[in-house]
Design a protein around this ligand. Structure first.
Ligand code: B12
Length: 216
């Protein structure tokens, strides 16, 4: 059974790397039928596949059109998994404000983090992608939220992270909020440079971080 599950995850990863949008939902369903937990399919199958696609793009074996198709293929796969991951949890914790920073339009990881937080019982306020710092500050003021999840994948937009932190500080809110960051280009060095509160590797890590903060 275990071998079957590993093979099924491997097939999902492979189908994504092949950009086979026609068959991705079928392979995801096969993995579910083999008893693979939906989150494993999302992180180890689709998530790992996306990392490899990023490397192929960097190596100039894949082009921008391939990245676009990869994003669409991943979303097709996630459409099967998301209802299973979300569950029936009621929103008792949070709220968490989640968004992708200004100048960055990657949203797949952010959405997965948001889905996982909802499943863990958090109310999630999703501001979307390419979000200006003023919108973050306004939302903190209006919602009273003290938890922020920031996603950034491209190095040229790291400055946007600093702008969010500066605006929150200027609004006198820095002591009232905890900020976690995640995404392909994030490092501990970045966390230290901007005085952020945590770095998360994946959606499971995100839940761990916000659970800890919510309880403290
Ligand atoms: C798909 C993709 C795209 C799609 C995005 C589709 C979409 N709707 O999101 C499209 C085609 C639009 C795209 C565009 C571009 N992309 Co792109 N893209 C990718 C790719 C292949 C996968 C990203 C992804 O969805 N991964 C899957 C998800 C599940 O993983 P994730 O995002 O990392 O999220 C997980 C964790 O990081 C974490 N996490 C994420 N956010 C947060 C937040 C918190 C608080 C926490 C705790 C955790 C957390 O949890 C998530 C779930 O496990 C990456 C490769 C990579 N290694 O990331 C390149 C990549 C990010 N892209 C890259 C580039 C260069 C670009 C472009 C500039 C290309 C171009 N020349 O135009 C543009 C930029 C457009 C813009 N302004 O934003 C580079 C960035 C390099 C860099 N360091 O700057 C990468 C790394 C590819 C590479 N190796 O070169 N891209």
């Amino acid at each position: 059974m275990e071998v079957e599950r590993v093979d099924a995850i491997e097939k999902v990863r492979h189908t994504l790397i092949e950009l086979d949008i026609e068959n991705i939902q079928q392979t995801v369903r096969e993995a579910l039928d083999a008893g693979t937990p939906p989150l494993d399919i999302a992180l180890k199958g689709l998530g790992e596949g996306m990392k490899e696609i990023g490397e192929l793009f960097q190596a100039e074996e894949y082009y921008l059109a391939d990245l676009v198709l990869a994003g669409e293929t991943m979303k097709e796969g996630m459409a099967v998994l998301e209802p299973l991951i979300s569950g029936e949890a009621t929103s008792r914790k949070g709220p968490v404000i989640i968004f992708t920073v200004k100048g960055d339009i990657h949203d797949i990881g952010k959405n997965l983090v948001g889905t996982m937080l909802s499943a863990a019982g958090f109310k999630v306020i999703d501001l979307g992608v390419d979000v200006p710092e003023s919108k973050v500050v306004d939302t903190v003021k209006q919602s009273g939220a003290s938890l922020i999840a920031m996603s950034v994948l491209i190095t040229p937009m790291i400055g946007s992270v600093g702008e969010v932190v500066d605006s929150i500080r200027e609004a006198g809110l820095r002591d009232k909020v905890k900020i976690a960051i995640g995404g392909a280009c994030t490092t501990q060095e970045l966390v230290d440079r901007f005085g952020l509160d945590a770095l998360g590797r994946d959606a499971v890590d995100a839940v761990r971080i916000f659970e800890e903060w919510n309880d403290s």
